[in-house]
Design a protein around this ligand. Structure first.
Ligand code: GAR
Length: 196
């Protein structure tokens, strides 16, 4: 079977990218890492592994930026695009070209957006969590592939809660990517099933 070509988009530190790079049996190859930030540590992690890494920075023209990013992704001919801490919203036109996945630090549909961990703490939830989902044209809205709960502790800060969520992310995201690469994910509208 053809090994899947994976392009990862990341804006920041790239610990989720690292989890994908370190996964023993991903079933696919990360062929490029692209970022909206030149200084993103994720780019260094990719270069450290000899993987093509490039920033496409957002200037004043959002349409031009997305079109440039889309061109760079297309150049790597991916089977799948993975948003691993990519903090920009992509248009419907972009996300319909390939299956696009995202990892988000909440139990969606609670707390979509860029401040999910703080908002969950501010709300006083007792159970937070992590979602891996397909990306559609709306923010943090596409069909859910996998979710896992994380219990909130009375003394949690945003940093301590996020750190426990990231431990879950680093396990859940590679599991989902592997299932997709192995053709074990069935999608029927919003309903997604993973065969074990
Ligand atoms: C991750 O925790 C991810 O859930 C979050 O950004 C972090 C990136 O960490 N994503 C979002 O909040 C998306 N709305 P990383 O760069 O170390 O992988």
């Amino acid at each position: 079977m053809h090994r899947k070509r994976l392009v990862v988009l990341a804006s920041g530190s790239g610990t989720n990218l690292q989890a994908l790079l370190d996964a023993p049996d991903l079933g696919g190859d990360i062929v490029a890492v692209l970022s909206d930030r030149i200084g993103a540590r994720a780019l260094d992690r990719a270069r450290g592994r000899g993987i093509a890494a490039e920033a496409v920075e957002l200037g004043t023209d959002r349409t031009a930026w997305e079109s440039a990013l889309c061109g760079r992704v297309t150049a790597h001919a991916p089977d799948m695009v993975i948003l691993a801490g990519f903090m920009r919203v992509l248009s419907g036109d972009f996300v319909q070209r390939w299956p696009v996945l995202n990892v988000h630090p909440s139990l969606l549909p609670a707390f979509p957006g860029a401040h999910a961990v703080d908002e969950a703490l501010d709300w006083g939830v007792k159970v937070a969590g992590v979602t891996v989902h397909y990306v559609d044209e709306l923010v943090d809205h596409g069909p859910i592939i996998a979710q896992e709960a994380v219990t909130v502790r009375d003394d949690d800060t945003s940093a301590t809660l996020h750190a426990r969520m990231q431990q879950v992310e680093h396990r859940l995201l590679p599991q989902v990517v592997r299932a997709l690469c192995e053709g074990r994910v069935q999608r029927n509208g919003r309903h997604v099933r993973i065969q074990q």
